[in-house]
Design a protein around this ligand. Sequence first.
Ligand SMILES: CC(C)(COP(=O)(O)OP(=O)(O)OC[C@H]1O[C@@H](n2cnc3c(N)ncnc32)[C@H](O)[C@@H]1OP(=O)(O)O)[C@@H](O)C(=O)NCCC(=O)NCCSC(=O)CC(=O)O
Length: 527
Amino acid sequence: MTVLDEAPGEPTDARGRVAELHEIRAQAVAGPSEKATKAQHAKGKLTARERIELLLDPDSFREVEQLRRHRATGFGLEGKKPYTDGVITGWGTVEGRTVFVYAHDFRIFGGALGEAHATKIHKIMDMAIAAGAPLVSLNDGAGARIQEGVSALAGYGGIFQRNTRASGVIPQISVMLGPCAGGAAYSPALTDFVFMVRETSQMFITGPDVVKAVTGEEITQNGLGGADVHAETSGVCHFAYDDEETCIAEVRYLLSLLPQNNRENPPRAESADPADRRSDVLLDLVPADGNRPYDMAKVIEEIVDDGDYLEVHERWARNIICALGRMDGQVVGIIANQPQVLAGVLDIEASEKAARFVQMCDAFNIPIVTLLDVPGFLPGVDQEHGGIIRHGAKLLYAYCNATVPRISLILRKAYGGAYIVMDSQSIGADLTYAWPTNEIAVMGAEGAANVIFRRQIAEAEDPEAMRARMVKEYKSELMHPYYAAERGLVDDVIDPAETREVLIKSLAMLQTKHADLPSRKHGNPPQ
Ligand SMILES: CC(C)(COP(=O)(O)OP(=O)(O)OC[C@H]1O[C@@H](n2cnc3c(N)ncnc32)[C@H](O)[C@@H]1OP(=O)(O)O)[C@@H](O)C(=O)NCCC(=O)NCCSC(=O)CC(=O)O
């Protein structure tokens, strides 16, 4: 029972009315019951308001439609009309910048989405788009509110349409903090970033019971759609953490690296890390022998400000790294092959991961730095039949379409189509650099010699000696950075120790870059 379930009394003066308002507000803020709050905490989850408090700067939250209630009837809904209708919506600030938020309150109808609940979300999304500020959803709901039938489902449609309209206009971040099934899983999939918490959050289109009924497979909720599955196997989630506090703190960190909208640049930060800091250690980190693995993450750590960066999709398609960091205070998106995993080869998943990241950077005015050490695309029947051609083309398309400043640096090897795809000068990189240790070529020397000197090798008295001679000849003729530099295919060959300084100076020059694409409704990117 709420205050307004009884006809409002006749407060005799304004003070009486204000007291009544405070009483109603207190009820709305308290939520349904102490028992429901305890049940939420017992599951290892925070309440919606506790989450909003963690996300936003202290005392910055302004709630919208706190007093909204549903008008549905049937199935006992007439007698159960809690304030907020199970979703808390509003705006506040993160590090002083406006952020819109909606948070399902699982204590009310399991956070399930009804008609009024959905229209609250629609309104806050419209406000975020109009204000040009990021939108964060804190998801913890049981999907469509079953008692409200198809009206609830239509509510999802309105969310999807707004997610799509907002795409590339304002950053959209989905934080999964509970179950998320069926239609509810599509909204996060349409947003820029998905965060999950291990054990307590799950995402799936159909739950374990339906899976068992249809395919006979038996699996737990977490096994089917838990954070680890989506962070490592499906790539649905970009970030996974052990607890809600860490997860929400990382959302704040991500927001600090993003602009408010597509018309702004990401915020600059003061950096005490010298722009001209030399990195002699890079010569030790990257072995000259192209077949020896090393950890590309250490290279990134060395060149960004204070060794600080945020890796996106850290555990999915680990043969490529996508990260946001700062260089001389300016946010950059870094895409780098990881020679430590599958020799840094490009495969289906790496192409998809990097393509989405390039697209996100371009949408939000984040310059792109590409660090190449790539032996090529992964050969194999699985890859070909899985559509490596169209998936690889996604990455190519994303780069070719990107108008933000683009700088690429070839550390060691860059072979064949993978070299062209990974932001070569020929597809529009603004500046391309190479280290002196680098080998740019159509293919590896062994493979090349086997093709073009096949006859000489076969007819030689000592084929192995002939092969070795031909490999050496091919390497010394073609596989060094000066071959590319002489032809203007790289803008400069640089001392690795000067990498940070060269990149920072190049980024500074490109800060005022402006490029337009031909006018069109939209492209038709490979899917
Ligand atoms: C989400 C859950 C895993 C959470 O389990 P828990 O054990 O933590 O909690 P619980 O079952 O006690 O639920 C808490 C309260 O929420 C209510 N509740 C749960 N799901 C609800 C729903 N979809 N609509 C309305 N109320 C719902 C419960 O009745 C209960 O109310 P009270 O506290 O009063 O007892 C489970 O509730 C569940 O499986 N719900 C059904 C999910 C579902 O099928 N959704 C339909 C989506 S259809 C859809 O979205 C479209 C599509 O698929 O395409």
